[in-house]
Write a new protein. Structure first.
Length: 280
């Protein structure tokens, strides 16, 4: 039965229920610390896709069309169509974000579902069933982890911040004046971003070429938890574009975003000793 997605208070529990059910499907094929029991094949670009990815994708198509029959569809594991570009509503999913981790028995993977209206996420769920963690958020309603509200981080300085970044940037970041703590990188980008909302990391820098299905649900979770996700142009991200790939991304608490952006730009331009406090 369709649910009014514009009533986000009542819609979000339905979205979470679908994500949890999708997680149960994936868990049937997940073996902690061991290879998956699912059949693994490879896409034309060489990235893996498992039997579980495809089953979860089919389930999500069915359930989300039941809940939001008027919404268009964008998924990592479904054929894209330009028809979605004229639709005001869009569901963006990654059936298993972190497929490589899933396939090798690493628990850091997630089901990611976002509901988009007029290019902006208004509800999202990032569900990590092997970790027993579920992030949820809806516009104006806050962000939650396993039912506990996530509050805006109190950090107002880059000094000793915990940062997740591409390995290629580590030398430059270590030579700054900020004494960054280089934190481990989760295989799932959705989880990496959600961990900023949870306060586990302070900053995340993601290399270019992520896709909208990697980030859309985490985006609304970050926004509702007082953080910000953007490319280097600093503009709020817009979804349901023809191009689904992204440039370099930064996730940071709102008070630190401009400093972090300046630091990343300077480091990428070959000035690894740049002090954002001077350059802002």
């Amino acid at each position: 039965m369709p649910v009014d997605p514009f009533d986000v208070v009542n819609f979000l529990p339905h979205l979470e229920k679908v994500a949890r059910s999708a997680g149960d499907i994936a868990l049937r094929f997940f073996n902690p610390g061991e290879r998956t029991s699912a059949v693994v094949s490879y896409k034309s670009g060489g990235s893996p896709v498992t039997e579980a990815d495809l089953l979860v994708d089919r389930f999500l198509v069915q359930e989300m069309r039941r809940l939001t029959p008027k919404a268009a569809w964008l998924s990592e594991e479904s054929t894209d169509s330009d028809a979605r570009l004229t639709n005001h509503q869009l569901i963006i999913v990654d059936p298993i974000d972190g497929t490589t981790a899933f396939a090798r028995g690493d628990s850091r993977w997630a089901i990611s579902i976002a509901y988009i209206v007029a290019g902006q996420p208004i509800a999202g769920v990032v569900h990590a069933p092997a970790l027993d963690e579920t992030f949820t958020a809806a516009v104006g309603q806050g962000a939650f982890l396993n039912g506990r509200q996530l509050v805006a981080p109190g950090r107002n300085t880059l000094a000793s911040a915990a940062i997740v970044a591409p390995k290629s940037m580590h030398p430059a970041l270590q030579r700054t004046v900020h004494n960054f703590i280089l934190a481990p990188r989760a295989p799932s980008l959705a989880l990496r971003l959600a961990d900023v909302a949870a306060g586990r990391h302070d900053l995340v820098i993601a290399a270019p070429n992520s896709r909208d299905w990697d980030i859309a649900a985490a985006d609304i979770i970050l926004r509702e938890a007082g953080s910000f996700l953007s490319e280097l142009d600093e503009a709020p991200l817009v979804y349901n574009r023809a191009r689904v790939t992204r440039g370099m991304l930064i996730a940071a608490p709102a008070p630190l975003f401009n400093e972090t952006r300046a630091l990343v730009i300077a480091a990428s331009e070959g000035d690894p000793t740049y002090d954002a406090d001077v350059g802002k």
